[in-house]
Design a protein. Structure first.
Length: 288
């Protein structure tokens, strides 16, 4: 246990997840803070029973606002912020303490159904870092050194698996489009998530438009840029433009590396272009 570390969660109607989530992280934290935004199930009761301090919060449409409010209740120097459907898969006590001694911000491995994503999950609360954006909120730690703790792995057990998520992404699109009407703050993030969410809800024309806008910003190489190329490749392939799709997927490979989602698209592209042998080669990579 790291007594100077708090577990933080924002929840609503998470009775299915809350107990397992807290149980998986309980061994590494000295405090558990749960901010409830209006649960009508047993979420708050289960959180209490598992040692959490539970606080009510009136939902106002902004995840950043809710997360920042949650941080106000933290009594320790450090926090780890997770979602209720995330679980601690593995960690190393000595490695965690060593990295915490080296810096103020730590990113970890977050495993989803088809890839690993590096995300900032731990930081020193007293440094005053705040979340921004009403949806797809993120901790604003621009120009700060981020230490990567490879030995701490968080697994998201329900990533992109529910109809509820499909509907929420539609609302996210509406929220972000209203947001960018008033400001250019974090416009690159907004364009990325508008591209990604539009793709997820199968609004491919809108997705392509925002992908094009993101690329026009001439952002440096990043995970976001790699995913934009992936979305553009998929859309070009659906539109029958295999040659253009191939150019985009190769750019995605160059940034993201050997991801299975890229192998699947590349296999389809090659098959469409008549290169069956190479197509089969990449298709087989899906099972490696």
């Amino acid at each position: 246990m790291v007594k100077n570390l708090s577990l933080c969660l924002i929840v609503k109607n998470e009775e299915v997840n809350i107990q397992d989530c807290i149980e998986s992280f309980k061994s590494i934290v000295g405090e558990i803070i749960v901010l409830d935004t209006g649960s009508i199930d047993k979420t708050k009761t289960l959180a209490h029973e598992n040692g959490a301090s539970v606080f009510d919060f009136e939902w106002k449409g902004s995840f950043a606002e809710a997360r920042n409010k949650c941080l106000e209740y933290v009594k320790t120097d450090w926090c780890i912020f997770v979602d209720a459907d995330e679980r601690l898969e593995k960690w190393n006590h000595e490695c965690l303490l060593r990295v915490m001694a080296q810096g103020d911000i730590i990113s970890v491995n977050v495993k989803t159904s088809n890839e690993n994503i590096e995300k900032v999950k731990l930081w020193k609360v007293n440094k005053g870092y705040k979340y921004v954006l009403p949806v797809h909120e993120f901790l604003n730690v621009s120009n700060q050194k981020i230490h990567f703790l490879e030995s701490l792995v968080v697994k998201n057990k329900s990533f992109m698996q529910s109809n509820k998520l499909f509907e929420s992404r539609k609302k996210y699109i509406e929220t972000l489009e209203l947001y960018i009407e008033d400001t250019d703050d974090y416009i690159d993030r907004c364009y990325f998530y508008l591209c990604a969410d539009s793709f997820f809800v199968e609004d491919y024309e809108r997705s392509y438009q925002y992908g094009t806008k993101y690329i026009s910003l001439n952002m440096p190489r990043s995970y976001f840029l790699g995913k934009i190329y992936y979305y553009m490749s998929e859309i070009e392939l659906m539109n029958g433009n295999a040659i253009i799709a191939k150019k985009y997927i190769e750019k995605a490979y160059d940034i993201l590396g050997e991801l299975k989602i890229l192998h699947e698209v590349y296999s389809h592209i090659l098959y469409t272009m008549g290169d069956v042998k190479e197509s089969v080669k990449y298709f087989k990579k899906l099972n490696e």
